[in-house]
Design a protein around this ligand. Structure first.
Ligand code: PMP
Length: 369
């Protein structure tokens, strides 16, 4: 049994997603579970076409627009199918037969998006860090960009490899920029106006699994070809304001609560500072270990969301994972493709959790160095 480290016997959860959510959000969801705002029912039980849910989804969208400063010429969509479905939808909607799309591959997720798009049309890797097992972001000079590309796709944070952009690549003039922000959405300010489409599975920084947030610029929608499968058509989803079919109502409600919580924390500038502070604690622990802990990512490409590191042997890594779980620090085992350990520090993760992990790392080294 893991040792409880906070109220409700909650542990420090470093899982990569689904991941830790803010306790005040969970408390509010608990309090509103049986009777949402005097409606006499829970959000799970109400019609998605009724006035209560209409209010919930409208408020979630309005708050997201405030938080991310989303310009008026963008639609906000709540979709399903995970980020994986977006991998298929992007080429189906925006890659015409006679065109080619560019993908920047900085980790497994970018590579998966690229491979999926290749089933539907012509794709080019504008950069791939694969031969170094995705340790670093490309420099501008390393990008081989097609000035005629149908779009340029990149992954702002590679969850498995722990590589994160701090801004965005500059596409050639007129090339729409598309980004998978599944694991750093709303963790720092994003200049939405630079993007044609941004998407993110909710289950890391925004809420529960089952909701995908899509922010799409209006001028992309006329490009959508006719006769796509209904659920894979951005235009249809936008025309119906995410209510074409029954949406993931409860998930959207929780996303709304998380966004309100983020606004209450001071918005994206404040959460950015908080996320930087937490990541600094763990990277300092790695850097101060004299090579005992070895970060996977090159220093200038390090993710603040997913910190990937290794020890000298797999036995030691397994020991670390087992003992940290027993100490109430859970979810630290790395993804099998990188190995080692991974600490995920999403928005709702506390500074105290990062400090507790850093102390555990120091103590573990002292005992096993
Ligand atoms: N992209 C990124 C950056 C991710 O981290 C993940 C999930 N870990 C995915 C895509 C796939 O998301 P889903 O499981 O929701 O399809």
């Amino acid at each position: 049994m893991a040792t409880p480290t906070s109220s409700y016997g909650r542990i420090h959860n470093f899982a990569a997603g689904p991941a830790v959510l803010p306790v005040p959000v969970l408390e509010q969801a608990r309090d509103e579970m049986l009777n949402w705002h005097g409606s006499g029912m829970s959000v799970m039980e109400m019609s998605h076409r009724g006035k209560h849910f209409e209010g919930i989804i409208a408020e979630a969208e309005a708050d997201l627009r405030t938080l991310l400063k989303i310009p008026n010429n963008y639609k906000v969509l709540f979709m399903q199918g995970g980020a994986h479905q977006q991998f298929s939808m992007l080429p189906m909607n925006f890659l015409p037969k006679d065109a080619s799309a560019d993908y920047i591959l900085t980790g497994s997720w970018g590579r998966t998006a690229f491979k999926e798009a290749g089933k539907f049309g012509k794709v080019r890797a504008a950069f791939t860090g694969e031969k170094d097992n995705f340790k670093a972001l490309p420099t501008a000079a390393q990008l081989d960009l097609d000035p005629k590309a149908a779009y340029l796709h990149f992954t702002s944070n590679e969850t498995i490899h722990g590589i994160e952009w701090t801004g965005e690549p500059t596409p050639p003039a007129g090339v729409p920029l598309i980004c998978d922000t599944s694991s750093d959405m709303c963790s720092r300010p994003f200049d939405v106006s630079k993007y044609a489409l941004i998407y993110a599975g909710a289950q890391k920084n925004l809420g529960p699994a089952g909701v995908v947030l899509v922010i799409v610029r209006d001028d992309m929608l006329p490009k959508v070809p006719a006769n796509l499968p209904m659920m894979l058509d951005y235009k249809l989803m936008a025309e119906n304001k995410s209510l074409f079919n029954t949406p993931p109502c409860y998930g959207i409600y929780i996303v709304g609560l998380v966004v309100k919580w983020l606004l209450g924390q001071g918005g994206l500038e404040a959460i950015d500072k908080h996320n930087n502070a937490k990541a600094a604690v763990i990277y300092q622990a790695i850097d101060a270990s004299g090579g005992y802990y070895r970060g996977h990512a090159q220093a200038n490409s390090r993710s603040r969301m997913n910190i990937t590191f290794r020890l000298a042997t797999e036995d030691l890594e397994n020991k670390f994972a087992k003992e940290s779980t027993a100490a109430g620090l859970d979810g630290l085992k790395g993804h099998r493709s990188v190995g080692g350990l991974r600490a995920s520090l999403y928005n709702a993760q506390s500074l105290e959790a990062a400090q507790t992990l850093a102390k555990f790392m120091k103590d573990f080294q002292a005992k096993n160095g």
